[in-house]
Ligand binder design. Structure first.
Ligand code: GLU
Length: 493
């Protein structure tokens, strides 16, 4: 009999504990690639069961960043959906019956051991270098000895007792330690500890909540970081005990710094997803960059590929398990390439939006100058944030232009003569465009005065741009207009 093909559903499940991590976008990209290819849904679930670590605003940043990247979830706390609520703190009633079920079946037990006792136990185990570490099952042994009715009382007489118990999994000898991973094939994981599934505050831990939610939300493929491989046996046990079919697993490689250490927000600003937007990267360039982390280029002739091309090409087996190095040099290159591929009007628009987002909305004059200057800066910028500083000299009135010290120091002795000749040559120019300006200056300075082009044009550039290096001079002069250029030249004299 033909098995009916299940609708593929993936999810990303970040915890709102701070600025979103770039790994969230990385996983979301692969989630999206799979469900778009297969025709399914991508879910965003907020895993906020660790109430002590919540950071206000973090959830909104997750929504905004995914939207910015075009990785909008089909279902989320924000947009809703048929499997909600999508925030774990709103699902507490959902988890409780499963805890009861596991307790009743003897797969789980109450534990009253205090945090201090567990800490001491760990210290003892470390000092004794024992091979079996983890919880020593004190409460479970008392349960066997005294029965469910007496265990609490007996335990309370012993040291290291805590009023509010947690619930732990009773991990059996035959716990499943190997599983098939879409990326890694057959994977072996270490034997798990008696994991806490319900905390003293009544909140489930990640391990219980993730299994219950992935099941109830119909998730068919769990895409997550490789740091969760060692937890997978616990999850498989919960699936077994609850009588549910486990999803497929795809454990993505950990992103690494150039020194191969694990990428972290403490060490690398690029671990913060918001950083890219703040710096002026284009979302399509970042998506393309993430696509190339641990995944071969879609096309043979280029590393650039759109999201739809990636979706069409996508195959789990092509993901490499070697932690890809997060090299922002590559991203800079891609960003420049994407910037150059934008049409001029669109690029000006993106720069204006970027500046407004950074709290610097552009006035009409700036927008007009920027739009005129895009063709001369397009080849020269890597980030959206490079644009305005590069054309600052086009935006100021002559009187406010500051001549940089190095440019001033490099002026030749006969600067006044050169610049005066330029003023005279430009005075009568009727056609104010780059080639007419160039011709007039060349004829007056190179041909008539007999100067080398470099000697002739450097003082002009200094007068116009206030610096030794700038975007093309004659185009800049055309944008500034005749009166403004004459004012700048005269000011230098
Ligand atoms: N809340 C977990 C995290 O932020 C999710 C892990 C998973 O995807 O299962 O890492």
């Amino acid at each position: 009999m033909n098995e009916v093909k299940k609708t593929q559903r993936t999810r990303v499940a970040p915890s709102p504990t701070g600025d979103p991590h770039v790994g969230t976008a990385y996983q979301a990209l692969f989630d999206v690639a799979w469900v778009r290819q297969q025709g399914g849904q991508f879910v965003l679930r907020i895993e906020d069961t660790d109430q002590n670590r919540l950071v206000a605003g973090s959830e909104q940043q997750i929504y905004d960043s995914l939207r910015w990247l075009g990785l909008d979830p089909d279902e989320s706390p924000e947009v809703g959906g048929a499997y909600g609520p999508y925030r774990q703190s709103e699902r507490l009633d959902t988890y409780r019956p499963y805890v009861e079920q596991l307790l009743a079946a003897g797969h789980a037990y109450y534990c009253w051991c205090s945090a201090e006792r567990l800490k001491e136990l760990r210290a003892e185990q470390e000092a004794a270098k024992v091979s079996e570490t983890g919880y020593d099952r004190l409460c479970y042994h008392l349960l066997l000895e005294h029965g469910a009715d007496k265990v609490r009382e007996v335990r309370s007489q012993l040291p290291g007792f805590s009023e509010m118990p947690v619930v732990r999994m009773l991990v059996p000898e035959d716990a499943p330690l190997s599983f098939t991973d879409l990326i890694r094939g057959s994977v072996n994981a270490p034997f798990p500890d008696d994991q806490v599934i319900l905390k003293a505050d009544g909140f489930p831990t990640y391990h219980l909540a993730v299994v219950v939610d992935d099941h109830l939300m119909g998730i068919t493929t769990v895409v997550r970081g490789e740091e969760w491989i060692s937890s997978t046996p616990k999850h498989l046990l919960l699936y077994r005990w609850l009588g549910w079919e486990p999803p497929a697993f795809a454990h993505m490689p950990l992103l690494r710094n150039t020194d191969h250490s694990k990428i972290s927000k403490r060490k690398n600003p690029a671990a913060r997803l918001l950083w890219f937007r703040e710096q002026g990267y284009l979302p399509e360039a970042l998506l393309n960059f993430l696509q190339l982390l641990g995944y071969p280029p879609v096309r043979e002739d280029s590393e650039m590929a759109t999201l739809s091309e990636f979706v069409a090409h996508f195959d789990w087996a092509k993901i490499s398990t070697v932690g890809p190095v997060f090299d922002t040099g590559k991203l800079d290159w891609l960003n420049g390439a994407y910037i150059r591929a934008l049409d001029d009007t669109e690029l000006a628009h993106r720069i204006a939006i970027y500046e407004a987002e950074r709290g610097r909305p552009l006035d009409e004059h700036t927008v007009a100058v920027l739009t005129a200057a895009v063709p001369i800066i397009k080849e020269r910028i890597t980030l959206l944030s490079d644009a305005l500083p590069m054309i600052d000299y086009l935006l100021l009135p002559a009187a406010e232009l500051v001549i940089a010290d190095d440019a001033r120091a490099a002026l030749p002795e006969n600067t006044a003569q050169i610049v005066s000749a330029a003023v005279a040559a430009l005075e009568t120019l009727t056609d104010w465009n780059p080639s007419a300006i160039q011709d007039a200056l060349r004829s007056a300075l190179v041909e008539t005065l007999g100067l080398k082009p470099k000697v002739a044009f450097n003082p002009i550039r200094t007068a116009i741009a206030g610096r030794k290096v700038s975007p093309p001079l004659f185009e800049s002069m055309a944008i500034l207009g005749q009166p403004e250029c004459q004012a700048r030249l005269s000011r230098l004299i």
